[in-house]
Design a protein around this ligand. Structure first.
Ligand code: G1P
Length: 280
């Protein structure tokens, strides 16, 4: 499976000026760790993370750090070591920020000729069963030769922030995709089915990516490559069971931290008391 983590994080400057956005913490873990945990929980044992300039901290995070000495025995680091032992991590650098599809294209040689999952490096999905497993099961049920993308209904004012898919619902929660538009202008599409950033793709996506010209922002967009792939292969969009936490801007990041803290046995009670005090 592939985790693109090469985006620049411009919505979170200056925090992301010299630090990858994937390293922003949610409580005590960087977002990328949640994503790797989720991938492994889905059954992935070979994970390719696409990085780029300024993203060294992402690689370092998963390495043993001898400078920490005895602190390496703390439970938080032991958990991380155990996690990393559950899969082989590979890092491939995207040579320039040319867009999400270009980043995924960097994994082509590694992935080979099998369907593969994609999770974005800056989005946490809390799903049961884990999201990639849900997508893989859909993919297998739909014949094993189609691509499956996760979607959710987004509010009308947010349509322009997402890739939007259109098509008929062929079974509960499964849409046969007939059109995809990356970040449509207001009024351009009627659908509100937004691509959430989790995909189970056929290897056909790699040639589609190679044949896709740069689109929005001058970047090679995955939505455009999927549009091209639709010419030769079936694509389905599925709604999933679970919650998605995008941490891409200040409000979303803060909300994710507060939600996770409220659920934490250690922080929740203290935070609740304090919130009651400050909200009075
Ligand atoms: C990317 C995709 C978009 C998708 C979104 C989900 O956009 O290009 O289709 O809806 O992720 O977060 P980005 O948010 O990186 O601009």
């Amino acid at each position: 499976m592939v985790i693109p983590a090469a985006g620049q994080g411009t919505r979170f400057l200056p925090a992301t000026k010299s630090m990858p956005k994937e390293m922003l913490p949610v409580l005590d873990r960087p977002v990328i760790q949640y994503v790797v945990e989720e991938a492994i929980a889905s059954g992935a044992d070979d994970i390719t993370i696409i990085t780029g300039r300024g993203k060294r901290a992402v690689e370092d995070h998963f390495d043993h750090n001898p400078d920490l000495g005895p602190a390496n025995d703390l439970p938080a680091l032991k958990d991380l070591e155990r996690l990393v032992e559950g899969a082989t991590l590979h890092f491939v650098r995207q040579r320039a920020p040319r867009g999400l599809a270009d980043a995924i294209g960097c994994a082509a040689r590694h992935v080979g000729n099998e369907p593969f999952g994609v999770l974005l490096g800056d989005t946490i999905n809390l799903c049961d069963p884990p999201l990639l497993r849900q997508l893989r099961e859909h993919q297998e049920r739909l014949g094993g030769d189609a691509s499956v993308i996760a979607v959710e209904t987004v509010p009308p004012e947010k349509v322009s922030d997402y890739g939007i898919v259109t098509g008929p619902e062929v079974s509960p929660g499964v849409v046969a995709v007939e059109d995809l538009v990356e970040k449509p202008s207001p009024g351009e599409v009627e659908s509100r089915l937004g691509i959430t950033g989790a995909y189970y793709l056929t290897p056909g996506i790699f040639s589609a990516i190679r044949d896709t010209a740069p689109g929005r922002n001058g970047e090679v967009q995955l939505t455009d490559a999927l549009h091209r792939l639709m010419g030769t292969e079936r694509i389905y969009a599925v709604t999933f069971r679970g919650t998605r936490y995008d941490i891409g801007d200040r409000f979303l990041w803060l909300r994710t931290n507060i939600e996770f803290a409220l659920k934490s046995p250690d922080l929740g009670p203290r935070l609740r008391l304090w919130l009651r005090e400050v909200m009075r």
